[in-house]
Write a protein that binds this ligand. Structure first.
Ligand code: HAM
Length: 425
């Protein structure tokens, strides 16, 4: 019986151009990390379940790939990076001078219902800035996301911004316990406002939330001003709005970014304590990235009190956005060449020429199938190779090879030492 194996549901193979888009996005994320002073760390895909579930929230807890390893330990595939990075900062990096800026990229796992832009294995680039409670740290994270979106070539993207301290501030002052607050925020994250309000017993709090949901402004300044007067009797929520205004002021003064404030915005992750945001493009209605401030997570993991803010971009969704905006890949900077020996006996010389080209930064596919020249050239065409270098006995005796430009179909005899120059120019 023959079996046709498929990837596990919700997981994908990425091949050719599709893989290339991911690689390019990862390179851009890494360049952004470098540009903003972030140091890359690589952490395990598998972590203790306790760590991953501590403050992630019900939504993530329900969707983790959990298993017992052979030693009987309860472990899970990471559903995100933040918990792992927080673990680092409470252990090996505990004594690092603050701020600590850490970047990671890789696959994460959530048992979501598979659909376009929602997978069970997906890629994130992730940035965490730890040790500063100041608004400029929040601004840096938003500016960095803006920089990355721009460098990817995306256009028309919008930042949706809110502050979890506003909703929590209202609910706490009216005596709503933290567990109920978390449940309310989960519903608000899903925009199921009716269900969220139903969970709030305090009439005052319910009315306040209803009013908050209804606030709409023409621009972020106006929305923040409306929020400010709306929560005037709630000191903690008022402080949160003030903080949001400060962060947005810094962003507005340093970059031209399209920001929309959503006063009732909540995110599924439970660890957030301050400003939160997501970034969208008009073509697709799912977030390309998101993040926010989480000032108590590191403490919860046994570390010193360490305020922190971070974000992650979903590379699978970035790839969909790039495709929907028809952003073409950057021109190939490296020339691609096929090196084809005409006879078996010429293989060593042909391999030597292939190596010389590679050392000079030319990408070479060596003819490893022993095909006749016509077949090998046909194949080179299919593989979108720029040049074929045909190594023949007659030319080689003169220290030369035949160079065929596969786009123009022109060919000429070129001295081996002139080959790199000719191909590169
Ligand atoms: P998140 O919003 O859960 O945040 O995920 C970040 C991004 O990952 C999303 O905006 C989305 O692009 C992508 N994503 C999420 N779920 C899926 C899925 N099932 N399939 C494809 N892409 C998906 C976090 O993970 C936080 N750790 C971000 C953060 C870092 N906050 C502070 N520091």
């Amino acid at each position: 019986m023959s079996v046709s194996f498929q990837p596990v549901r919700g997981m994908r193979d990425l091949i050719g151009d599709e893989a290339q888009v991911f690689t390019t996005s990862i390179v851009k994320a890494r360049q952004t990390a470098e540009c903003y002073g972030f140091c890359e760390v690589i952490t395990p895909h598998v972590e203790p379940l306790e760590l991953l579930s501590a403050k992630s929230g019900e939504e993530i807890r329900q969707r983790m790939f959990i298993f017992k390893d052979l030693g009987g330990r309860q472990v899970a595939l990471r559903p995100e990076f933040t918990a792992s990075i927080a673990r680092l900062v409470t252990t090996v990096l505990r004594n690092e001078p603050k701020p600590v800026r850490l970047f990671s990229v890789g696959t994460v796992y959530r048992y979501d219902e598979p659909q376009k832009g929602r997978y069970r294995e997906f890629w994130q680039s992730n940035f965490e800035l730890m040790g500063s409670a100041r608004p400029e740290a929040d601004a840096e994270i938003v500016l960095l996301t803006n920089n990355l979106m721009m460098s990817l070539g995306l256009e028309g993207y919008v930042f949706k911004v809110g502050h979890i301290g506003v909703i929590r501030g209202i609910l706490s002052q009216d005596g709503v316990d933290e567990k109920t607050q978390n449940a309310v925020l989960q519903k608000m994250d899903k925009k199921d406002y009716a269900a969220a309000l139903e969970l709030v017993e305090s009439k005052k709090s319910r009315a306040m939330l209803e009013g908050l949901i209804a606030i709409k402004g023409c621009n972020w300044r106006e929305t923040v001003e409306q929020m400010q007067s709306y929560v005037a009797d709630y000191p903690s929520a008022k402080g949160a709005v003030g903080n949001l205004g400060e962060i947005l002021g810094l962003i507005g003064e340093s970059a031209d970014i399209d920001v929309k404030v959503d006063p009732a915005f909540a995110r599924g992750l439970e660890y957030y304590t301050g400003m939160i945001f997501e970034v969208y493009v008009p073509q697709i209605d799912i977030a390309l990235g998101g993040g926010g401030r989480y000032d108590r997570l590191i403490e919860t993991f046994g570390g010193d009190p360490t305020p922190a803010v971070g974000c992650a971009q979903g590379i699978d969704r970035v790839a969909i956005a790039l495709q929907s905006q028809k952003v073409s890949r950057a021109e190939k900077s490296v020339k691609k060449v096929s090196v084809i020996p005409i006879t078996e006996a010429l293989k060593p010389q042909a391999l030597r020429i292939a190596q010389q080209l590679r050392f000079a930064g030319v990408a070479v596919e060596f003819e490893v199938m022993g095909r006749k020249m016509a077949k090998a050239l046909e194949d080179a065409d299919k593989r979108r190779v720029d040049y074929a270098v045909i190594v023949g006995e007659r030319e080689l005796k003169e220290g030369a090879v035949m160079l065929k430009d596969l786009a123009s179909r022109q060919q000429s005899i070129i001295a081996v030492e002139k080959l790199v120059e000719k191909i590169k120019n």
